[in-house]
Design a protein around this ligand. Structure first.
Ligand code: 5GP
Ligand code: ZN
Length: 121
């Protein structure tokens, strides 16, 4: 049974193909899309299909999923030939800049990234 969060969540809807997105990778548990408002030449979102609201609510049962999420990050880095480097970011909560309440990892690359407060947003 799907709860209201899963039903209405934009990333759950994209996962179910009810909402459009440019998918660049998909498997049973993780998918990767292009960010709709890219902040750099490469701006991808690595997203578990499971609706996990934010990093704080991960449980030990999610260990395998998290390991796999990082595997996918490596696959994407290789596919996009990001040898020069990239940045991964997880925003958590309002003050962390999280706007979509479904855990996701930003993968950002293609320009020299500084370390300014506004480097991503
Ligand atoms: P957050 O601010 O939660 O860390 O990141 C959410 C990201 O999702 C933002 O970078 C935003 O541009 C992106 N985003 C929000 N809605 C959509 C959407 O419908 N499609 C895609 N592809 N990206 C989205
Ligand atoms: Zn969701």
């Amino acid at each position: 049974m799907m709860d209201a969060n899963e039903r209405d969540c934009i990333f759950c809807r994209i996962s179910r193909k009810e909402a459009p997105a440019e998918h660049v990778y998909e498997d049973e548990t993780v998918f990767v899309i292009k960010d709709r408002f890219p902040k750099a030449p490469v701006h991808l979102l690595v997203i578990p299909r499971k609706h996990i609201a934010r990093i704080d609510v991960l449980s030990s049962g999610d260990d395998g999923l998290i390991v796999h999420l990082f595997e996918v990050i490596r696959i994407i880095a290789a596919t996009y030939r990001l040898e020069a480097g990239y940045r991964i970011i997880i925003n958590s909560g309002a003050e962390g800049g999280q706007t979509v309440s479904h855990l996701h990892v930003h993968m950002i690359a293609g320009k020299c990234l500084g370390f300014r407060e506004d480097a991503v947003r």
